[in-house]
Design a protein around this ligand. Structure first.
Ligand SMILES: [Zn+2]
Length: 138
């Protein structure tokens, strides 16, 4: 996760993220070969070097120009959501988003996910599910 440390090093987001993840999560990130790629609009390149023992890679790309618009907790919520996609995959588009949201919510970031969503039928359904999680927790 060195790539992510560099991306987040100027903010508290890194510490917030590390506090949110437990040891099992960190191990799962390693086992899933999750790499973070900082992208800059409108274009960027990513150089991927595979070593002989690495036969798959999961990339999480983060657009730094868009990312800056979010608070540090919202940034962490987005990263947790993306990690959730890898931990709990699904072929169903709705279930895929709900699974990723549930992972972020399980780490205490349901409210922040809601704040990052737009208004669309899928996002509205996601907000509803996240609000249900918040109500159950309180
Ligand atoms: Zn998603």
């Amino acid at each position: 996760m060195k790539d992510l440390i560099a991306f987040l090093h100027l903010s508290d987001a890194w510490n917030i993220l590390i506090d949110a993840l437990d040891e099992a999560d960190i191990l799962k990130i390693e086992l899933n070969n999750i790499f973070f790629c900082q992208t800059v609009t409108p274009a960027c390149t990513a150089n991927i070097k595979f070593n002989k023992d690495l036969n798959f890679i999961n990339f999480i790309s983060l657009d730094s120009s868009i990312f800056k618009k979010y608070t540090e907790r919202e940034q962490v919520a987005i990263i947790l959501h993306e990690i959730g996609h890898i931990f709990f995959p699904s072929d169903d588009i709705n279930e895929k988003e709900f699974n990723a949201d549930s992972f972020a919510a399980s780490k205490g970031f349901a409210k922040e996910i809601i704040l990052t969503l737009n208004s669309s039928p899928l996002d509205d359904a996601r907000k509803k599910k996240l609000l249900e999680i918040i109500v159950i927790e309180n």
